[in-house]
Write a protein that binds this ligand. Structure first.
Ligand code: AP5
Ligand code: MG
Length: 230
């Protein structure tokens, strides 16, 4: 992926669309490394707000633990705060945003205000049943956030992060089979319609995200590489 970075000539703004477990976070982190883009995960921003005990975090926690969608108002507030930081000028990967028609319309306005555009929307196509196993087996490094999986992506040395050497791993409170099913339902009801919304604009590319992580990564790198060198 480092070679791809050498060819980058302009920042691009991407959206990764996909249900829980599709690999949005896994792929966003790889694109971040390979292309110097900034991952903006509204899930991570909300979990940060919960951990910090902010008003937004307090309001979001119970909703997230149930697997329902947090209100557009709260999500937009945390996203706008993050977008005010200068590093986003490098180009962004929106991971888990937008998730509703209201959020998509608000993003259009935000981009227009910034004199920018979304260059590509990548939809990660997966099968629901496989997502339950993916999410239930997931854990991350508590120090650097690198993601792992009991079955699909283990660190080279058990319990030791490949990236930073950290030895504390953690699991998300919403990563259980029951909550994943609620999250999948929310995806199909509110987020999947955005596939047509972006297809109608000609910005949508679908990628088969049922193949292994490396293959998905290669497909992503091909799409983003074309954009950054265009
Ligand atoms: P969020 O944190 O965004 O969770 P999510 O959308 O449910 O998605 P996940 O993070 O579970 O999955 P992922 O696609 O990132 O998969 P990953 O790469 O980790 O949101 C959490 C909650 O916050 C929501 O439920 C909601 O309450 C709230 N929220 C957030 N944004 C919101 C918004 N915009 N509006 C309203 N509410 C919002 O991969 C999963 C596992 O599978 C990993 O272990 C990985 O190693 C493995 N894996 C990845 N790819 C593959 C592969 N190709 N093959 C095999 N294994 C793989
Ligand atoms: Mg994620």
């Amino acid at each position: 992926m480092r070679d791809d970075a050498a060819t980058q000539t302009r920042p691009v703004n991407l959206i990764l669309l996909g249900p829980p477990g599709a690999g949005k976070g896994t792929q966003a982190r790889m694109l971040e490394e390979g292309f110097g883009l900034i991952q903006l995960s509204t899930g991570d921003l909300l979990r940060g707000a919960v951990a910090a005990g902010t008003e937004a975090g307090l309001a979001a926690k119970a909703v997230m633990d149930r697997g329902d969608l947090v209100s557009d108002e709260i999500v937009l507030a945390v996203l706008k705060e993050r977008l005010a930081q200068p590093d986003v000028a490098a180009g962004i990967i929106l991971d888990g945003f937008p998730r509703t028609a209201g959020q998509a319309a608000a993003l259009d306005d935000l981009m227009a205000e910034r004199g920018q555009q979304i260059d590509a929307v990548i939809s990660l196509a997966v099968e629901d049943e496989a997502m339950v196993a993916r999410v239930a087996g997931r854990y991350t490094c508590a120090s650097c956030g690198e993601g792992y999986h009991d079955q699909f992506k283990q660190p080279a040395v058990a319990g030791v992060c490949d990236k930073c050497g950290g030895t504390q791993m953690k699991r998300r409170p919403d990563d259980n089979a029951e909550t994943v099913r609620t999250r999948l339902n929310a995806y199909h009801a509110d987020t999947a319609p955005l596939i047509d919304y972006y297809a109608a604009r000609g910005t949508l590319t679908e990628i088969d995200a049922m193949s292994d992580i490396g293959e998905v990564r290669a497909g992503m790198a091909a799409i983003v590489g074309k954009l950054t060198s265009a």
